[in-house]
Structures are given as structure tokens and as C-alpha cells.
Unconditional design. Structure first.
Length: 73
């Protein structure tokens, strides 16, 4: 699959450097019988264009794939 390169606008940069912050926080009681945890992926909620594809452009539907948004687990 060919990577599209003809779209050159500030809103869509493909292949640029990325910044992603993941975090985890946990607690266990002294007997280690109970505990809680929180995991956050993409804490700053920065989204990036992974790729632009013109495979379906002939029917008027080129598309881009975008990185996953913030996720609290």
C-alpha cells in the first residue's frame, strides 16, 4: 500500500516525531490482600495521523488512520 504524500497542510503531518505519556498508579494494603490500580494510556490525549491511504480514492473515499485517544483502565 502506498503512503499518500500530496496532502501538505499543518493539520496533517505523517511520520513526524510523537510524544506519548502513559502512567500507572497502584496501592496495596499492608497484608497485600487488597489493592487498587489505575492505568492511563496516552495521558496527554495527543492524536497523530498514522498513515494516509489513497487506495479507495478512485471512488472518492481516501482515508487516514489515527492513533488511539486517551484510555483510562
Amino acid at each position: 500500500m502506498a503512503q499518500g504524500t500530496c496532502l501538505d497542510v499543518p493539520a496533517f503531518k505523517v511520520g513526524e516525531a510523537r510524544q506519548r505519556v502513559d502512567a500507572s498508579l497502584g496501592w496495596e494494603n499492608a497484608s497485600k490482600r487488597f489493592g487498587v490500580g489505575l492505568i492511563v494510556n496516552n495521558l496527554l490525549d495527543r492524536r497523530y495521523v498514522n498513515s494516509v491511504s489513497y487506495q479507495t480514492a478512485s471512488i472518492g473515499a481516501p482515508y487516514a488512520t489515527i492513533s488511539a485517544p486517551r484510555c483510562w483502565c
